[in-house]
Design a protein around this ligand. Structure first.
Ligand code: SAM
Length: 212
């Protein structure tokens, strides 16, 4: 269970919802333990469950993940994909990326996975569009990731973003660079005429946008 379980929802609600989540398989459970032990910010289990459902429903052919970490979401999403799908995932830290590659190799996913080492803003400039984009990286850069990807996406594409409520700070009116950037980002996805969006109080706050 995550440390800030009651930052967004009341503790009783969050604890109850946690009990409803399906059990994770041995590899994902091991990755959750590894992440907790090494303080890696992988997706919360309830957010991962929503990713899984979205990918299973949309059946995207090209997924871009901004922020790989240890590859937890690559495996969650990849298990829902077919051999025609490619997941391109971006991570700056070479050591973390090496760990991700090991876990993902172990998962023997049905789809292809391309790992990119580098700064997300630079890597995204050189990537083609996608029909599913998962933004989960530097909070002050979310709007730039959106600006880089949106023109390359077609109608019906989905942009899925994590941490939009940022431990409760966004709604509490806290001012720091990440919180201010996320507040502006939430306003942007809810008002950009090219998007239809919702921000959900799931995990640390999840945004789902569909390209019109
Ligand atoms: C929140 S974690 C990603 C979690 C992953 N999406 C998941 O669901 O399991 C964000 C990752 O972005 C990486 N990162 C930080 N700055 C970056 C940058 N400028 N470009 C690419 N990756 C970066 C961090 O090292 C970290 O592993």
């Amino acid at each position: 269970m995550k440390a800030g379980i009651d930052k967004i929802l009341k503790r009783t609600q969050a604890e109850y919802l946690d009990t409803l989540l399906p059990p994770r398989d041995a590899l994902l459970a091991r990755m959750e333990e590894y992440a907790a032990e090494h303080d890696h910010p992988i997706a919360d289990a309830e957010v991962a469950q929503l990713e899984r459902l979205m990918v299973r429903t949309l059946r995207p052919k090209r997924i871009i993940e901004v922020g790989t970490n240890i590859g937890y979401s690559v495996i969650v999403m990849g298990r829902e994909c077919s051999p025609e799908t490619v997941i391109e995932t971006i991570e700056l830290d070479t050591d973390i990326l090496a760990v991700a590659k090991k876990f993902v190799a172990e998962a023997q996913l049905p789809c292809r996975v391309k790992f990119h080492q580098g700064r997300a803003l630079e890597v995204l400039t050189n990537l083609d569009g996608a029909d599913f984009v998962f933004i989960d990286c530097v909070k002050t850069e979310y709007e730039q990731y959106l600006d880089l990807m949106l023109p390359k996406m077609s109608a019906g594409g989905m942009i899925f973003c994590d941490n939009l409520l940022w431990g409760g700070k966004v709604a509490d009116g806290v001012h720091d660079p990440s919180t201010d950037a996320l507040r502006a980002f939430n306003h942007r996805i809810m008002t950009d005429p090219r998007l239809d969006s919702i921000v959900l109080p799931l995990g640390d706050g999840v945004g789902i946008s569909i390209v019109k």
